[in-house]
Design a protein around this ligand. Structure first.
Ligand SMILES: *[C@@H]1O[C@H](CO)[C@@H](O)[C@H](O)[C@H]1NC(C)=O
Ligand SMILES: *[C@@H]1O[C@H](CO)[C@@H](O)[C@H](O)[C@H]1NC(C)=O
Ligand SMILES: *[C@@H]1O[C@H](CO)[C@@H](O)[C@H](O)[C@H]1NC(C)=O
Ligand SMILES: *[C@@H]1O[C@H](CO)[C@@H](O)[C@H](O)[C@H]1NC(C)=O
Ligand SMILES: *[C@@H]1O[C@H](CO)[C@@H](O)[C@H](O)[C@H]1NC(C)=O
Ligand SMILES: *[C@@H]1O[C@H](CO)[C@@H](O)[C@H](O)[C@H]1NC(C)=O
Ligand SMILES: *[C@@H]1O[C@H](CO)[C@@H](O)[C@H](O)[C@H]1NC(C)=O
Ligand SMILES: *[C@@H]1O[C@H](CO)[C@@H](O)[C@H](O)[C@H]1NC(C)=O
Length: 378
């Protein structure tokens, strides 16, 4: 209680200079043994919020459009959701410790009505659980501890299946002696009318590897790779361990990304691939001694970085990186503009929606919508 009070005081202090207006909250019907665990964005201003037993379709104003029970069984819990970019489909990934995961596809019937499409599909060759997955074109990307595996989703008129490919980003691909993957990040770019993805693969100890993949007939084909020697950066302690990587922007010769460590700050870098030049753009100061938590979200000039304390209270730091802070001798350290506070929770939902607003899980059973229209680029 005392902590909550203290947090409210901090919150008020921050909201005075803060710019986020968080004035809309909705309550979801969540059971005591149920957790809100994942989110994905569908087209047309519809979001899916997944819990351990159901998923809800929400519009951009947090109205609940529809609710469905997930196909959990005694072993498997559907704990991740991802949109299919080319189809009116989305997928739930259903996992169980030590058992092969499977995917369930849902197809739009009309408006916010969906039904299971085709059969449940096991993901071939995958046995470890994963904490996120992605679909680019028809390519399904599944991370494992030591590799990132590409599959193809084959969508037919009334069925679908998963085809294996020969593309695996592993230690051999990166010419590294070892790989212990803690995260990966995708960013699209175009060159000579061709679509590419820059894939950053984060190693717990070694730092950032990159791979470029070309998109041919909606299939991703990796063709080039390298390492970004972040440990050579003067700013990063040699002992740092890496938790997360999130890209802002990529082009043929350049990538901008935020790198999060476990114990130190987060860092925004720009890397030039054509001459292997790494430069620090800014350091995003850590929230006290709290632990980095959940996932960083980036929307143009706004970074949202969550932290959690041992009581599971969450603080989300909002940075407006377009605004140069004038009270610094240099611009190499950035302080947050706002702090959003959430009550004790086990997992966070945090997403930007199309209208310059941010949605976050603010309590066990509630979501809060914040307007960030004051986050202008100066
Ligand atoms: C988006 O913002 C505009 C202007 O503030 C508002 O009129 C509109 O209702 C908003 N749309 C949604 C989906 O929230
Ligand atoms: C749950 O479903 C998956 C996929 O259909 C199946 O492999 C698994 O055996 C099921 N578990 C139980 C306990 O029925
Ligand atoms: C679907 O949306 C359209 C356009 O908004 C509306 O006319 C139609 O009645 C909706 N259908 C159902 C079943 O809600
Ligand atoms: C969503 O957008 C797509 C493409 O613009 C359109 O075909 C579809 O009917 C829209 N769905 C709804 C529910 O409005
Ligand atoms: C792979 O790594 C080894 C040892 O670090 C190095 O000698 C070799 O040149 C590298 N090969 C390529 C293709 O980069
Ligand atoms: C591999 O990374 C995980 C975090 O992703 C870490 O907990 C574990 O200690 C690492 N293993 C080794 C051998 O460094
Ligand atoms: C990328 O770098 C190469 C080699 O330095 C250069 O020739 C090319 O023009 C650059 N491309 C772009 C888009 O800047
Ligand atoms: C590398 O690419 C950047 C961005 O396209 C460009 O500005 C720079 O001149 C290139 N450097 C070299 C050495 O080609």
């Amino acid at each position: 209680m005392i902590n909550v009070l203290l947090l409210s005081i901090f919150y008020m202090a921050y909201s005075q200079r803060g710019q986020a207006i968080c004035n809309q909250e909705i309550y979801l019907d969540v059971d005591v043994d149920e957790e809100i665990i994942d989110h994905t964005k569908l087209n047309n201003n519809t979001d899916i919020v997944l819990t351990t037993s159901k998923f809800l379709l929400l519009d951009a104003k947090l109205n609940i459009l529809n609710t469905y029970t997930t196909p959990n069984n005694e072993s498997h819990t559907c704990n991740l959701v991802s949109d299919h970019p080319l189809q009116n489909l989305f997928f739930l990934a259903c996992q169980a410790a030590g058992m092969a995961p499977f995917l369930v596809a849902y197809k739009q019937i009309e408006n916010s009505s969906y039904s299971v499409f085709g059969e449940y599909q096991a993901i071939p060759t995958i046995s470890e659980s994963f904490s996120k997955f992605a679909i680019v074109g028809n390519t399904l990307i599944i991370p494992q501890k030591k590799k990132i595996v590409f599959f193809t989703t084959v969508i037919q008129a009334s069925s679908w299946y998963i085809r294996t490919t020969s593309y695996v980003l592993d230690a051999q691909f990166f010419n590294s002696t070892n790989l212990n993957i803690s995260d990966f990040s995708l960013s699209p770019f175009q060159q000579d009318q061709q679509d590419y993805q820059r894939i950053l693969v984060l190693d717990y100890e070694l730092g950032v590897f990159w791979a470029d993949a070309i998109q041919r007939s909606n299939n991703l084909i990796p063709f080039n790779n390298g390492i970004i020697n972040v440990k050579s950066s003067y700013y990063i302690p040699y002992s740092a361990r890496f938790r997360q990587v999130a890209q802002l922007k990529a082009s043929q010769n350049m990538t901008q990304f935020v790198l999060q460590t476990y114990a130190d700050s987060s860092y925004q870098f720009e890397y030039l691939l054509n001459n292997s030049y790494l430069s620090l753009s800014t350091t995003l100061s850590k929230y006290k001694d709290w632990n980095p938590f959940s996932s960083i979200r980036i929307n143009n000039n706004i970074f949202a970085i969550p932290y959690q304390n041992y009581q599971h209270t969450v603080v989300i730091q909002l940075f407006n990186i377009a605004v140069k802070q004038n009270d610094q001798e240099n611009n190499l350290k950035q302080e947050p503009t706002d702090l959003l506070i959430s009550a004790s929770i086990e997992s966070l939902i945090l997403y930007f929606n199309s209208n310059n607003t941010l949605v976050y899980r603010s309590d066990f059973d509630s979501l809060t919508l914040c307007t960030l229209s004051n986050y202008k680029v100066e």
